[in-house]
Design a protein around this ligand. Structure first.
Ligand code: FAD
Ligand code: SF4
Length: 551
């Protein structure tokens, strides 16, 4: 049987494009702090900075009013954000001490929960593992939360620029001095059209990289500065749908087992989002072994299972989307997340606790810590790596790292398959992480060989199940057809590799046509799975990609 090792077909990171030493253009916008990415991490950072500046000004000190800019690649805030989500409100209460949970646009409190082990025709309820308890938490749409946080940031004086993807870091020596956005209005051959817009340079005393999962800039900065981690980062792909449902769901549901093969790590979730909506998704570790595994298609099959079907029948799919999740945990954290003029926060660093599938409150908390370290450094007028390393200390002493340390090997144990992994993870939970506590090594996802197998045919019915093109339509993606491809295909994309990519990508960007690979770049919804296992993702024209409203 032949195998594919994805890493052999990948291009290296285009470091010369990401790290730019040429001086900022004459028209560069000057700021104190530029934040890349308006997710929960970036917006929490911006809001906390304004709070600190106000507090200090009221006591007559401080660096004065700060010029803070947030650059976001989506055309409008929230359109590129996707989560589950069950939210731990802890970081919200710290960021907004005057607000109650009812003032925050959560959908509803978690009223009950259940975990099932699934086979093809049955679902057996199992005891909820302690890491998956969600009492006191809330279900929510991250798009709605981001829009709300954006309004609060703007009210506090932050300059939000949606539709401005950042393509590069502007550097001088070892210091980051700001960012450069992508150009817009290029044709397929990268020639300027009548709508051409030049890249914008934004200089800053501190650049905060809050770009989320599998970030281009964070990868570039780490490679350039040789910032290592004990294990490489690994990822999962989550494909999600929001449904209008005729049958209300009362509890937060998680499942293990089918439709995943035994040698893949992952599970599904179904969350109530008010009386007549549910969020439903499937998350699969990208170290799976079967080249024809297709997360989108597995989710479609899963919806026909008796556990899910009754909630969907007679209902309507409102939205579809997909995104990767950093899953490496504690051992994949970079040895530092700060440098000269730069701080990295949220998913860009990998602050996700996998057993509980939580990242939102860690992202926000890390954003607040970054704001505190940046503010202290601005006050001192010293933005050096030494001064900004205060951020690393804040994170290391916080519950973010404590939580991730406790579950440090749980995801890694599953590289041996579901049953061995489940057994080990159970013992780790009982012992508070002490059993199997030494670091388990994990190769990067692209190094895991894939068996080439024949895909099982699946025909969507157009009611409960959908093909990839219909799904992309439901993501709201209306990227113009004439955009140049932002995906860098590597060498030797054989017919087998093309077939593999067509299964990796949930949005039908890659197609095998005869023995060739066809790339339908406008379909891309920026989930970043391709960057982990296939062609490299780079930033493209602002406003391209999905237009999520309720993900
Ligand atoms: C399927 C799924 C289910 C999940 N479930 C849960 C859950 O139930 N509970 C929970 O707490 N967490 C959950 N998570 C994790 C959680 O969503 C993340 O940890 C969290 O959103 C990270 O926040 P962030 O701000 O770091 O990144 P993001 O939310 O990804 O925000 C990053 C922002 O940066 C922007 N950006 C990226 N690159 C650029 C660029 N070059 N230029 C400009 N802008 C850029 C993006 O468009 C985005 O708006 C889930 C994640 C997934 C995918
Ligand atoms: S091409 Fe786009 S949508 Fe497809 S896997 Fe890659 S990032 Fe995701």
């Amino acid at each position: 049987m032949s195998t594919i090792v994805p890493a052999r077909h990948q291009r290296p990171l285009p470091l010369d494009q990401i790290i730019r030493r040429d001086p900022p253009g004459a028209e560069a916008i000057e700021t104190d702090v530029v934040i890349v990415g308006a997710g929960p991490a970036g917006l929490a950072c911006a809001i906390e900075l304004t709070r600190l500046a106000k507090q200090e000004a009221e006591s007559g000190g401080g660096p004065g009013e700060l010029n803070i800019a947030v650059l976001e690649k989506a055309g409008a805030l929230g359109e590129h954000n996707l989560s589950g989500a069950v939210v731990n409100p802890r970081a919200f209460h710290e960021l907004f001490p005057d607000l109650n949970s009812s003032d925050i646009p959560f959908r509803q409190p978690v009223a009950g929960e259940a975990v099932y082990f699934m086979t093809e025709g049955r679902a057996q309820r199992i005891p909820t593992p302690p890491t998956m308890h969600n009492a006191g938490f809330y279900t929510a749409s991250i798009c709605e939360i981001v829009r709300w946080m954006g309004e609060r940031a703007e009210q506090a004086g932050v300059n939000l620029f949606a539709g401005f993807p950042v393509a590069a870091l502007l550097v001088e020596g070892d210091a980051v001095r700001g960012v450069r956005t992508t150009p817009s209005g290029l044709d397929r051959d990268r020639q300027p059209t009548a709508d051409y817009g030049e890249p914008t340079d934004v200089t800053a005393k501190v650049t905060v990289i809050a770009e989320g999962t599998r970030g281009l800039l964070s990868q570039g900065w780490r490679q350039w500065q040789q910032v290592r981690s004990p294990n490489p980062q690994i990822f999962a792909l989550g494909v999600k749908e929001v449904w209008q449902t005729p049958k209300p769901l009362n509890a937060v549901i998680h499942t293990l087992g089918w439709p995943l093969p035994d040698d893949a790590f992952g599970g599904s979730f179904m969350y109530p989002m008010g009386p007549d909506q549910i969020a439903l998704g499937l998350v699969v570790g990208l170290d799976y072994h079967d080249a024809s595994l297709d997360v989108h298609e597995l989710l479609q099959r899963m919806k026909l299972h008796p556990l899910f079907r009754p909630y969907l029948e007679g209902g309507e799919v409102l939205e579809w989307g997909a995104k990767t999740i950093p899953e490496g945990g504690y051992h994949a954290l970079p040895e530092r997340r700060s440098g000269d003029g730069v701080l990295l926060v949220g998913d860009a660093v990998g602050f996700v606790d996998v057993p509980s599938l939580k990242g939102i409150h860690y992202a926000m908390q890390s954003g607040m810590y970054a704001a505190r370290a940046a503010f202290a450094a601005l006050k001192q007028g010293d933005l050096s790596a030494v001064r900004l390393s205060a951020y690393d200390r804040l994170v290391d002493e916080s519950y973010i790292v404590a939580d991730m340390y406790r579950t440090r090997n749980m995801r890694l144990a599953f590289k041996d398959g579901l049953y061995v992994g489940g057994f080990k993870a159970g013992l780790m939970t009982i012992s508070g992480g002490r059993l199997f506590g030494g670091r388990m090594e994990m190769p990067e996802d692209a190094a895991a060989p894939r068996r080439v197998t024949e895909a099982e045919p699946f025909t969507p019915d157009g009611k409960l199940t959908f093909g990839k093109l219909d799904a992309v339509f439901k993501s709201g993606n209306a990227t113009r057809d004439t955009i140049p491809s932002h995906l860098l295909v590597g060498p030797d994309a054989s017919a087998e590799v093309a077939e593999f990519y067509s299964h990796v990508c949930p949005a039908g960007v890659y197609e095998r046509v005869g023995d060739e690979l066809r790339v339908n770049a406008p379909n891309c919804i920026d989930c970043k799975a391709t960057d982990v296992l296939g062609p490299r993702w780079t930033a493209r024209e602002g406003g391209s990609g999905p237009k999520y409203r309720a993900m």
